[in-house]
Design a protein around this ligand. Structure first.
Ligand SMILES: NC(=O)c1ccc[n+]([C@@H]2O[C@H](COP(=O)([O-])OP(=O)(O)OC[C@H]3O[C@@H](n4cnc5c(N)ncnc54)[C@H](O)[C@@H]3O)[C@@H](O)[C@H]2O)c1
Length: 316
């Protein structure tokens, strides 16, 4: 049997993720679901008709799901489920402003995923990311390593892009890293960043680095401010698809993701952005990265901020 991946939510994030996953041509089936009648089926038809042009065989199946879980039988046997259901930000909103409305959506989705795809690895992208990942784990009852969130690959890609532009080098010459939360307590890690193998501090001055760090923290809001009607999806979908691929191929790739942290960095019992080895069972291991004292303090601060909010989601 070929691999099967489901993307829940056929909005901008979900539909571009489905497209990327189909174009990888490593899955037998991509299931795309939404609560809007006809939308996932229409998008699936459209993506499938690009197969002769792009040259892939993966079939996309679009399914409308009901409030009572109708339609969810289509996700049975999924190896991976990507949860994109939920509202995006509008200008002036923080990701945290989405907490209550998206918690209701994500809980309902998670319960159906647990029922119909009990062996899947679940990748959460709905915002606020760290809290929705924690909620999904609670609502599915899945082992923690099988529920993870997407934020770090995107935040890192943004940081890399900004550094490459500032240094005037190709993006492939740049390595960056962001840890922490997908929000105000994001922790870009300049000490681990390099340009052509040289430390970032040897290429850009402190003020320039701080400006890029701030732009990275604000990377999502910058795009929301320009789009006005929604949030980013090209780079976000590339990040989620990359994670789903690492699971499907059991690649063991080390990627920055939102994972359950249990003792690493002296932090326990919280979903947080860290580097982790990703494979068929989800998070195989959290990989500790050497950090400066300031970066470690910032990561611990992020953990406490997320912990306080994650406790709230239990009651939503
Ligand atoms: N983690 C990240 O890095 C990151 C980046 C960008 C966006 N996001 C988040 O991803 C989410 C989706 O963003 P988008 O741009 O696709 O928004 P969108 O409004 O385009 O799409 C959301 C879709 O979810 C659907 N939906 C709502 N309830 C559902 C349910 N119960 N079951 C299935 N589908 C349901 C809606 O009908 C809609 O089509 C938002 O919460 C956004 O904040 C996260």
């Amino acid at each position: 049997m070929g691999k099967k991946v489901t993307v829940v939510g056929a909005g901008f994030y979900g539909s571009t993720t489905a497209q990327r996953l189909a174009e990888y041509d490593i899955f037998e089936t991509v299931v795309l679901t939404d609560i809007i009648e006809g939308k996932p089926a229409g998008l699936a038809l459209d993506i499938n008709q690009s197969r002769p042009i792009e040259g892939f065989e993966t079939r996309v199946v679009g399914v409308t799901t009901g409030a009572g879980g109708e339609g969810y039988e289509a996700i049975e046997g999924s190896d991976v489920v990507v949860v994109t259901a939920g509202l995006p930000r509008k200008p002036g909103m923080s990701r945290m402003d989405l907490l209550e409305v998206n918690a209701k959506i994500v809980r309902q989705v998670a319960e159906n995923v647990a029922k119909y795809a009990p062996n899947a690895v679940v990748i959460v992208v709905s915002n606020p990311l760290d809290e929705m990942t924690a909620l999904t784990q609670l609502a599915t009852g899945f082992p923690r390593h099988r529920v993870l969130g997407q934020a770090g690959i995107l935040d890192t890609a943004r940081f890399t892009t900004f550094v490459a532009e500032a240094a005037g080098v190709p993006v492939r010459s740049v390595r960056t890293l962001t840890l922490g939360s997908h929000g105000d307590t994001m922790v870009p890690v300049p000490s681990q960043c390099t340009v052509d193998g040289k430390p970032l501090s040897a290429v850009l001055d402190e003020t320039a680095i701080e400006q890029l760090v701030q732009r990275t923290r604000n990377g999502g809001a910058e795009i929301v401010g320009l789009l006005k009607t929604g949030s980013a999806y090209y780079a976000p979908s590339a990040a989620a698809a990359r994670m789903a691929r690492a699971v499907a191929e059991n690649s063991g790739a080390v990627l920055p993701v939102c994972a359950w942290v249990d003792g690493e960095y002296g932090i326990s019992g919280v979903y947080l952005g860290v580097q982790a080895e990703i494979g068929a069972t989800g998070v195989q291991r959290v990989v500790e990265t050497p950090l400066t004292e300031t970066e470690l303090a910032a990561l611990r601060e992020a953990a406490e901020a997320v912990r306080a909010k994650q406790a709230d989601v239990t009651n939503l």
